[in-house]
Design a protein around this ligand. Structure first.
Ligand code: FES
Length: 261
């Protein structure tokens, strides 16, 4: 069910350069039960009519709270970053399909790969998998040390956590492709990835033969509900170029083999 609600801001804290962690409380949380759905938030400026899609990083139905982590890329989210506890945020959600956990896990192992601001929705995913008794290996890539986020959240649940930075200022030097080349992806029942396009391509090229490899796609959105086709991605293998899938309601999660990245 899609709801619209004035959720209450409990906190809104900067956790890295231009990156903020906001805790929201409201009835909508009761409808959150799949990792990597998103909220479509209205920025508090009358001249900005389009909502902004932000992934849900964590949720707790008992306290009716959820966490979103967002990077300020322009004036809209800059305005959101100035909001304070007690204020209300106009939110639609939860939207999107979320990561699929309904599959056999005979090896009881999953691989999670995140890059930069794509890492937040993977926190809930990792927790849900661990709660199912599945061991998670987490590979994270960031541009540089100040951009590293959520290390403690992942290390609290991951069987193994490896971090790389592009400039080598924290963890290993390089990108997550380097880490993937050191493991056998077929050793994991499922592979889940969220990050920039280049990272998703690196994941897709290394999981071609994997039956359960999933990526979270990003797209510019307008309605967020499947009505306007602003967010389409093309279907892999479609030579006509006419077949498309909507990221907002048929995604954001797709199999790596399903879409053109
Ligand atoms: Fe309108 Fe996806 S944003 S269809």
């Amino acid at each position: 069910m899609i709801l619209q609600e004035e959720m209450t801001i409990l906190s809104n804290v900067k956790i890295a350069p231009r990156v903020f962690r906001m805790v929201l409380q409201g009835e909508m949380v009761l409808d959150m039960n799949v990792p990597d759905q998103f909220l479509h938030i209205r920025v508090p400026s009358p001249d900005k009519v389009l909502r902004r899609p932000i992934s849900i990083s964590e949720y707790d139905r008992k306290t009716k709270t959820c966490v979103i982590i967002y990077r300020v890329e322009g004036p809209g989210l800059a305005d959101v970053s100035q909001m304070i506890p007690g204020q209300k945020l106009d939110v639609m959600g939860p939207l999107g399909n979320g990561f699929n956990l309904n599959m056999p896990f005979p090896k009881q192992k999953a691989l999670i790969i995140g890059g930069g601001i794509g890492t937040p929705p993977l926190v809930q995913l990792a927790r849900d998998l661990v709660a199912m008794g599945i061991a998670v290996t987490v590979l994270l890539g960031f541009a540089q040390k100040p951009a590293v986020i959520l290390e403690s959240e992942f290390s609290a649940v991951a069987s193994e956590l490896k971090i790389v930075t592009d400039d080598g200022s924290y963890g290993r030097d390089g990108n997550v492709g380097v880490l993937m080349d050191e493991i056998d992806v077929l050793d994991f029942d499922a592979v889940y990835a969220c990050g920039a396009t280049g990272m998703l391509r690196a994941v897709a090229s290394r999981t071609e033969n994997h039956p359960n490899a999933f990526i979270s796609m990003e797209a510019r959105m307008a309605c967020g509900m499947g009505a306007c086709y602003a967010c389409v991605v093309h279907v892999a293998g479609d030579e006509t170029g006419q077949q498309a899938l909507k990221v907002c309601d048929q995604g954001p999660i797709f199999r790596t083999s399903e879409v053109v990245i």
